[in-house]
Design a protein around this ligand. Structure first.
Ligand code: F6R
Length: 258
């Protein structure tokens, strides 16, 4: 894994946006895997800015979101479809027909999950997967003890995740207890992963994922098996990393990033 520490979330997000923009220039029909939550907001803002001010063309890009709450209609204020529409899709020239978010109202979960996987495969797989990390080490909604080989499926959320995400709902009791999520195997199939993590409350999870053993207790540690995973963090999220000096040196001397 390549760890890049930046002074602020905005600076880390700028690097992620630059990598995505370069990839779109090389391949206009890029397939992007997307995350929701607080973490990727700076990244979406920066991509929107690049679209408006620098002509970044997203019209041929396809997107697949990692997850969705079960039981929420797409227009629910806390649904991930609505989140993506407000924070990203409606602010760019992305074609809504090329955006995919798992359907939280599906009546046939196994079939819907199988079709989601097949759709990803039919467009050639995900080129760049954006990831956040939960304070319990989850990626997507793959909670601790998720199979490291898992595919898109329904998953029960932990009490910790429901507490962490209560801020997006009118009341903590409104947070659904289950979701649909790409699996860890699905995420590992993407060609590149960009994991973003900001704030001191992510420091333990980041250190465990990057420098700890690979374990389903920290699902993000599975990224150690990925051949091209970059971890972009701000200073507070980097405080528990032991090899910090090495990461900074590698970043300063990276021909791709400098
Ligand atoms: C959401 C997702 C989750 C979040 C994680 C961090 O689509 O994939 O793994 O990235 O829960 O959430 P925030 O960014 O709100 O701290």
């Amino acid at each position: 894994m390549e760890v890049i520490v930046q002074p602020t979330p905005a600076e880390a997000a700028r690097i992620a946006a630059m990598l995505i923009a370069r990839a779109i220039e090389r391949k206009p029909a890029l397939v992007l895997g997307l995350a929701t939550g607080g973490t990727p907001l700076h990244l979406y803002d920066e991509l929107v800015r690049m679209h408006r001010e620098e002509g970044l063309d997203l019209s041929r890009v396809r997107t697949f979101n990692l997850d969705e709450y079960l039981g929420l209609p797409p227009d629910h204020p806390a649904s991930y479809r609505r989140f993506m529409k407000e924070h990203f899709f409606d602010r760019t020239n992305i074609d809504p027909r090329r955006t995919f978010v798992p359907d939280g109202l599906t009546q046939d979960i196994p079939r819907h999950c199988r079709e989601y996987e097949e759709l990803i495969e039919s467009v050639g797989g995900i080129d760049i997967q954006i990831l956040g990390i939960g304070s319990d080490g989850h990626i997507g909604f793959n909670e601790p003890t998720s199979s490291l080989a898992s595919r898109t499926r329904d998953k029960m959320l932990t009490a910790q995740t429901r507490r962490d995400n209560a801020r997006f709902f009118a009341s903590p009791d409104d947070v659904p207890n289950s979701c649909l999520t790409m699996g860890i195997g699905t995420i590992l199939d993407s060609r590149q992963c960009l994991l973003l993590a900001f704030g001191s409350h992510k420091a333990d999870a980041v250190a465990a994922a990057v420098e700890g053993p690979v374990t389903s207790m920290i699902p993000a540690s599975a990224l150690q098996f990925h051949a091209d995973a970059k971890v972009l963090v701000d200073e507070p999220a980097a405080t528990k990393l032991k090899l910090r000096a090495y990461y900074d040196y590698a970043y300063r001397h990276s021909p791709v990033l400098q």
